[in-house]
Design a protein around this ligand. Structure first.
Ligand SMILES: Nc1ncnc2c1ncn2[C@@H]1O[C@H](COP(=O)(O)OP(=O)(O)O)[C@@H](O)[C@H]1O
Ligand SMILES: O=P(O)(O)OC[C@H]1O[C@](O)(COP(=O)(O)O)[C@@H](O)[C@@H]1O
Length: 448
């Protein structure tokens, strides 16, 4: 088996499960890969099925597919390993010590994947490591499944460290969640395809509205705090978008090559246009008057100013002042509507595989890991590799170039910007075609 992996000096561990369902040939082909560094050899905490007392918690913002992951962890533990005791922690991390738990059975979770949101509830802030681990200890929980974004995975990592410090026999497994698709290492996060799909409805509406009126502009704001993946993919998918603004690509409004000039040109050519902006785009341009009172949410994430409203107003003011062209701008903000829907079929499949992967990992005795698809392979990744940086659109990369070609919008970049941006890019990818690892003995075998 030859593997490639796009980060420097990783080791892939090829893992075949110690499988309790030996009599079922389908299960014996389940294989998993381990991503780790030389100094982070996987921890082992092995359980018999009848001693497992698992819990599941969801934290951070909503994302399509959360309920599917919960359902598949419960069903996976029960159907594949005969685990009967699974608790849901109510309301995110603080639920460990501030709320009641919910008993989860295959029957009680049977239909939840058809609903958006999370049946367990979620929250930001409230991460008290010591109280959380006390609660895990008091309740006799020995497998903790934690579903959430980068903040949640940082929280999972410190819970894992505290559990290790106390010498508890408890496995901690993360399932990465982010609608923004900004978690590094993994190919894609669950819910992302659903978000891109649902964004099409808003873009279509913006297109219909703008087309139906003289000099119509449809403006759609999408999620993407630091990364413009939803906006970029929704734009590429739609073909009705004339301009896509993302946090990674600085832009300016006035003067030659600016947004206003492009809008005027486009309206003269087509009579209408659609603009899509990720919520984190152009934050540096927004005036202090738009500053919200609170600067951070309960988890310490920066609170953004509403770029959609701000740019919409600026566009209106500009064309009113110019008095050359009367524009009609319709602003659509579907952000929370997109986040609140159930996942589409492809995401449901992905959620199922991630959930099963997490269950297999915990039952195989691994802890301190996050599950994820890496180069198309379901893998186990140590927490720190997931939390050490953020996945962003690289604007000197092919995908953004494809978007520029598709929309024909200005890049807003000078040659100097491009050179500087390239300098900030990742070091060249190291493809480890010649390494294969065996999970049984944690040994790395070099292929000859
Ligand atoms: N560095 C951290 N250490 C411990 N817990 C954290 C850390 N960052 C965030 N958390 C906790 O993780 C949870 C979710 O974080 P948040 O940033 O809101 O969402 P997400 O996980 O989706 O990024 C919150 O309860 C928050 O308190
Ligand atoms: O208003 P809320 O619920 O705090 O969430 C808003 C944020 O949630 C997100 O959808 C995802 O954020 P997280 O990954 O931190 O959960 C962002 O795009 C957005 O800025």
């Amino acid at each position: 088996m030859f593997l490639t992996y796009p980060i420097t000096s990783p080791i892939f561990l090829f893992l075949t499960y110690p499988n309790p369902l030996q009599d079922n040939p389908a299960y014996s082909v389940v294989k998993q890969y381990f991503v780790h560094d030389d100094d982070t050899v996987p921890q082992k905490v092995y359980f018999e099925s009848d001693e497992v007392n698992a819990c599941i918690v969801t934290c951070g913002g909503l994302c399509p597919g959360l309920n599917t992951v919960i359902r598949e962890i419960v069903c996976g533990l029960n159907y594949m390993y005969g685990v009967k005791r699974v608790l849901g922690i109510d309301g995110g991390y603080r639920g460990f010590y501030a709320k009641n738990t919910i008993a989860l059975t295959p029957k009680s979770v049977n239909d939840i994947h058809k609903r958006g949101g999370t049946v367990l509830g979620t929250s930001r802030g409230g991460h008290d490591t010591s109280k959380i681990v006390d609660s895990i200890q008091d309740r006799g929980i020995n497998q903790v499944y934690i579903i959430g974004g980068d903040g949640t995975q940082k929280g999972a990592s410190v819970i894992f460290e505290e559990i290790r410090r106390r010498g508890l026999k408890v496995a901690v497994v993360g399932i990465p969640k982010t609608i923004d698709n900004d978690i590094p290492i993994i190919d894609k996060s669950f819910g992302f395809d659903t978000a891109v799909e649902e964004a099409q409805r808003a873009i279509n509406a913006a297109h219909v509205e703008s087309e139906s009126i003289e000099n119509g502009i449809g403006f759609v704001k999408l999620m993407g705090r630091y990364s413009g993946f939803i906006a970029m993919h929704a734009t590429l998918a739609s073909r009705d978008v004339d301009c896509c603004l993302i946090p990674e690509s600085p832009f300016y409004l006035e003067g030659p090559g600016g947004l206003f000039e492009y809008i005027e040109k486009r309206l003269k050519e087509n009579g209408h246009m659609v603009i899509v902006a990720a919520e984190g785009a152009g934050q540096e341009l927004l005036s202090d008057s738009m500053h919200s009172m609170a600067k951070e949410d309960a988890s310490g994430n920066k609170l953004l100013k509403d770029v959609g409203l701000w740019i919409s107003q600026k566009i209106k003011d500009h064309f009113a002042k110019q008095n050359r062209m009367t524009i009609n701008l319709k602003y659509i903000d579907p952000t929370y509507m997109i986040r609140a829907i159930p996942s589409i079929a492809s995401d449901n499949v992905y959620c199922t595989l991630l959930a099963q992967s997490s269950v297999h990992g915990a039952m195989a005795g691994y802890t301190g890991i996050t599950v994820g698809l890496v180069n198309g392979r379901h893998s186990y990744i140590p927490f720190h590799r997931i939390t050490e940086k953020r996945n962003k659109v690289v604007i000197t990369d092919r995908m953004w170039a494809r978007l520029l070609s598709s929309t024909n919008q200005p890049s807003f970049l000078s040659a100097k910007d491009v050179i500087e941006d390239k300098k900030e890019e990742e070091p060249p990818l190291q493809l480890l075609d010649d390494e294969v690892c065996s999970g049984d003995n944690n040994l790395v075998n070099k292929q000859n």
